[in-house]
Design a protein around this ligand. Structure first.
Ligand code: UDP
Ligand code: MG
Length: 241
């Protein structure tokens, strides 16, 4: 592992996840401690209606690496991620969901897999979600790959890793979190894909159903297709001396 890959910002969107937070922060902090280097955890509270924000503020007193961003408006998972990406201070940025369906203990594996790549976007193996969720995910994934000509196995695995300048370079829009590896490839960045473990959600509820996930995601495919056709690449120049 190169020295410069050791400083990590872990971005976690939080919406009504009170019962998950203590274990999440304890386990993530332990992983970061072991990694060494200069690390931070940024939790973005998406205007939760349970005690998530109060719990985060309590945890912030106990864990010096925890930063808390509190929304005054509910902006959704993509809004929370965008705020985290914009505010990340370290050179490597990881994402994780608050429910620990993917686990912080896999972060070192992603760091090892980064190598010369710009990002690592894993595939959830043995996915522990309902049948309907897995089917709608497969349809969404297939449509994204078909229309963009990419070969991303799992566009929406919650655990991902990026070089900070890369994740700050792609466009953010409502629902962009379902397209992150697709957008990275579209913007000519390299993406490694590895398998990671997946677990059932233990506390709290999923915030999505077929309607707010699949249909919104499918409509956005057209927008991303437009972007693919109209994006300006500014990499095709040489500076004359
Ligand atoms: N989330 C959020 N705002 C929302 C919906 C979700 O910040 O409007 C967070 C949520 O707390 C979790 C992550 O985004 O940390 C993914 O949500 P969830 O686990 O419900 O999605 P699923 O795994 O069911 O796709
Ligand atoms: Mg989840």
């Amino acid at each position: 592992m190169e020295e410069k890959t050791k400083n990590l910002s872990v971005i976690i969107p939080v919406y009504n996840e009170e019962a998950n937070l203590r274990e999440l922060i304890t386990r993530t902090s332990a992983v970061l401690e072991k990694l060494g280097g200069k690390n931070e955890i940024i939790c973005i509270d998406d205007l939760s209606t349970d005690g998530s924000l109060a719990e985060l503020l309590k945890l912030k007193d106990e864990y010096r690496t925890l930063r808390v961003i509190a929304f005054h408006e509910h902006l959704g998972q993509s809004g929370a991620l965008a705020a985290g990406f914009r505010n990340a201070r370290e050179n490597i940025v990881a994402t994780l969901d608050a429910d620990m369906q993917c686990v912080p203990e896999d972060i070192p594996l992603l760091i090892e897999s980064l190598g010369e790549n710009d990002a690592v976007c894993p595939k959830r193996s043995g996915r522990k979600d309902s049948r309907i969720k897995k089917i709608s995910s497969r349809i969404g994934n297939g449509a994204r790959n078909f229309i963009t000509g990419e070969d991303i196995e799992d566009t929406n695995c919650p655990l991902k890793l990026f070089r900070r300048e890369v994740i700050q370079d792609i466009p953010y829009f409502k629902g962009f979190h379902r397209f992150i590896p697709t957008l990275l490839k579209l913007y000519e960045y390299s993406v490694a894909q590895i398998p990671v473990s997946h677990y059932p959600r233990r506390y709290g509820k999923s915030k999505y159903n077929v309607f707010n996930r699949l249909f919104k995601g499918m409509a956005d495919v057209l927008g991303v297709y437009w972007l693919k056709k109209n994006r300006l690449s500014v990499k095709c120049f040489s500076e004359e001396k």
